[in-house]
Design a protein around this ligand. Structure first.
Ligand code: BES
Ligand code: MN
Ligand code: MN
Length: 457
């Protein structure tokens, strides 16, 4: 089988890449209503490609938001079923001026495909469509497969929960397979076994009822931007510890075995710093970069605004100041609980000079995947074959909130075979995905199916 998939990729890789480029040309930005038609078009594109590859009962299922593309190939009801999840929506491409080539005109440079969504998640999702095409053409699909590709992941998957609750029977499966994360490197393949949760809030601090002359009123009337800055600064101590009372109460200790394993994860600090052009690493000094970005919770300001930000100088004491704040959560913290703790604390630290409004946005729960599952073992063996190396299980710092819901609602574990690299610049200008990674993913996926079907029966 391994030789056959390699030969198939060799013979078809140019077409695979061309098809992916076609998909990348559709600016399916879910956050911006200006791209509404394009998001729908991307769904139709996936539907067609799934049908061409041999999927049956393919439909574009409407939701209150963007549709979910469903398709399946049932070979034998007695055999296990793999449910593939991915997303066809992408993040906004702004700021456009920082792209070296336009975000929706994919180009290949230095072995990488550059475009918004190249890695997150169009390129990674499309690997599954092509791996499935191979298994169909080669007559080697060893078990049932279902596809569920959504269009609202980048805006919090608001309608996917309802969809899975209403379609439990249709989505019946044995495991979920996702490629929407990264790996350590092509020399150090890894499988994602953890995701952080998320609590995201917006805060607004209001001082006087209108913008004021900063000379006439400054000194007596508190400035909401100054106050907001101080309040935000107080949310972390000098060692990066979050000061919200109760914030760490539910954090589970990392098992000793995993602690040991973490120390062996290859990491080049100098390269990391050089890549980001930073002189030093921040955060809790007693933790490694890996720990800080995976097993430790965080609090970050994602945006802050208020007052005058136009050309030149305007002497103004603003009426309002706002910020968007996200907290990444680790097992067994709960998004709702943390949001409430944040809100209560943030209001409690506000001085009498201002009013504070806190509005929660989307959230999600953290997940961990046990490595002793046969599903994980099947994935691990697949990488051994395709990369010639045993993959390292790693927890990722990112969030895919729907993964916890899959476990809750469908009772299914997710295997996260991510082939991206941290240097792919997902969500940033000049996002890319290595052609090698794209093809390696297509090569590894059928091996997972083969291992899983035989281990499961
Ligand atoms: N694919 C990413 C999540 C990700 C990236 C996980 C890299 C692990 C490694 C996903 O599309 C994403 O961007 N998720 C958002 C959360 C969502 C609610 C908008 C995130 O992590 O910020
Ligand atoms: Mn993604
Ligand atoms: Mn994303």
């Amino acid at each position: 089988m391994h030789d056959k998939i390699k030969a198939y990729i060799d013979n078809n890789k140019d077409r695979f890449i061309d098809e992916l480029k076609d998909l990348l040309r559709i600016p399916s930005v879910s956050a911006d209503p200006e791209f509404k038609d394009d998001v729908f078009e991307a769904a139709e594109f996936i539907k067609l490609r799934l049908e061409e590859a041999g999927a049956e009962n393919v439909e574009v299922c409407p939701t209150a938001g963007y549709p979910i593309v469903y398709g399946e190939k049932m070979v034998d009801p007695a055999k296990p079923t793999v449910l593939v999840y991915g997303h066809y929506d992408v993040q906004p491409a702004d700021p456009y001026e920082l792209w070296t080539s336009p975000p929706f005109e994919p180009v290949i440079k230095d072995g990488k495909i550059y475009a918004r969504g190249a890695c997150d998640d169009k390129g990674q999702m499309y690997m599954h469509v092509k791996a499935f095409e191979f298994m169909m053409k080669n007559g080697s699909l060893p078990c049932n497969v279902k596809f569920m590709i959504e269009g609202e992941e980048e805006v919090g998957s608001a309608n996917l929960g309802t969809y899975i609750r209403e379609n439990k029977e249709k989505l019946k499966a044995d495991v979920i397979l996702i490629s929407d994360t990264s790996m350590l490197g092509v020399e150090n393949p890894s499988i994602t076994v953890g995701l952080r949760g998320l609590a995201y809030l917006e805060v607004e601090v209001t001082g006087p009822n209108r913008d004021l002359h900063s000379g006439v009123y400054g000194g007596a009337v508190a400035n909401p931007i100054n106050i907001l800055a101080k309040m935000i600064a107080s949310l972390q101590d000098d060692n990066g510890k979050i000061t919200i009372p109760g914030f760490y109460d539910d954090v589970l200790a990392v098992p000793a075995k995993e602690q040991e394993a973490m120390k062996k994860i290859p990491f080049d600090l100098e390269e990391y710093k050089n890549h980001l052009d930073i002189k030093a690493i921040g955060g809790e000094q007693e933790f490694s970069v890996y720990e800080k970005t995976s097993v430790r919770p965080t609090l970050d300001v994602n945006g802050i605004w208020g007052g005058y930000i136009g050309e030149g100088a305007k002497t103004v004491l603003p009426s309002k100041a706002s910020a968007k704040i996200s907290m990444r959560l680790v097992p067994n913290q709960q998004s709702d609980k943390i949001s409430k703790l944040f809100e209560a604390h943030f209001k409690s630290i506000a001085p009498d000079t201002v009013k504070v409004k806190v509005t929660p946005h989307h959230g999600g729960e953290p997940v961990v995947v046990p490595v002793d599952l046969i599903e994980y073992q099947a994935a691990s063996k697949a990488y051994e074959t395709s990369f010639g190396k045993t993959p390292i299980p790693v927890r990722s710092g990112g969030s895919i909130p729907i993964v916890a819901l899959f476990e809750d609602v469908l009772g299914l574990k997710s295997i996260m075979m991510g082939f991206g690299l941290d240097s792919d610049a997902i969500h940033s200008p000049n996002e890319s995905f290595g052609v090698f990674n794209f093809l390696k993913g297509i090569e590894t996926i059928p091996l997972f199916f083969e291992n899983y079907a035989s281990m499961k029966s």
